[in-house]
Design a binder for this molecule. Structure first.
Ligand SMILES: C[S@@+](CC[C@H](N)C(=O)[O-])C[C@H]1O[C@@H](n2cnc3c(N)ncnc32)[C@H](O)[C@@H]1O
Length: 255
């Protein structure tokens, strides 16, 4: 490891850790919860994550006919976004799911096969910080609930920009900051008490879900994230809050 990298620090949830150690810690989390990840999403969000992901897929707005359209879903995990975009698009729509965790990808591959989408979807083991695709390969690049797990967010944004074609769109769905008085206290209580306990019951891993909650709190405010997108090269960077700010859909274009 380069000496500079060994000295840099970042956060894994609320814990300060060497930058070079973060990815392995994140990988352990998703290795531990992969088989119950989809169930936990439904339980934690009361099914709401489905509606948020539907908004993302509809915003991608793939063509309905046979016009070719290529989506890259970074940190795509079990394929939720790619499946939705493939379902929303026509016969020309193809989606690539890239994730660093083979356990999450294995669940996704099985789902795609089970739903008859194995031709439309490709699953690739890879790192958001070093995408294995040439410049301008995709019409749209998405990342849902993934970017806050990536150690170098700025590097991942630059990579998303690089592989997006000119005229293509980047969309990022991520947890955000609750901005409704009253809801914030309720959300805090639910996040720090209910979610880790639920995580322990369903996956046996309380710590994984404590990390999840803490990582949400450490993620930049949406205005700051929009600036990070601009710094990576995206034009017209903006966001739309949903569910009182629990999540935000960030959007930018490569122009
Ligand atoms: C909370 S899950 C989101 C999965 C999926 N996008 C969804 O919305 O259900 C976060 C995903 O990010 C992946 N991930 C973490 N670091 C990554 C990296 N550096 N490159 C690619 N994927 C990464 C994890 O393996 C995990 O599958």
């Amino acid at each position: 490891m380069p000496r500079e990298e060994a000295r840099e620090v970042t956060h894994f949830g609320y814990r300060q850790v060497p930058l070079a150690d973060k990815q392995a810690l994140v990988d352990d989390v998703f290795h531990s919860v992969a088989s119950r990840y989809d169930l936990m999403n439904d339980l934690m969000s009361g099914g709401l994550h489905r509606a948020w992901k539907d908004v993302l897929a509809n915003t991608v707005n793939p063509p309905k006919g046979n016009r070719p359209f290529k989506l890259l879903d970074v940190a795509g995990g079990t394929g939720d976004i790619a499946l939705r975009v493939a379902q929303a698009g026509g016969t020309g729509t193809r989606a690539t799911v890239l994730d660093i965790n083979p356990d999450m990808l294995a669940v996704g591959r099985a789902r795609a096969r089970g739903q008859g989408y194995d031709d439309a979807l490709t699953f690739i083991d890879g790192n958001a910080e070093a995408l294995p695709f040439p410049e301008g390969s995709f019409d749209a690049v998405t990342i849902a609930f993934g970017i806050r797990n990536v150690p170098r967010i700025d590097v991942a944004l630059k990579e998303a920009f690089r592989v997006c074609r000119t005229g293509g769109r980047f969309l990022c769905l991520e947890f955000s900051c609750v901005d409704v008085p009253g809801l914030d206290a309720l959300y805090d209580f639910y996040s720090f008490n209910v979610i880790p306990a639920l995580g322990r019951m369903v996956t046996g891993d309380r710590e994984a879900y404590r990390y999840l909650v803490e990582s949400i709190r450490r993620f930049p405010h949406p205005e700051a994230f929009a600036q990070m997108m601009r710094d990576a090269g995206f034009a017209r960077a903006g966001f739309e809050r949903m569910a009182g700010g629990i999540v935000a859909l960030h959007s930018g274009w490569r122009l």
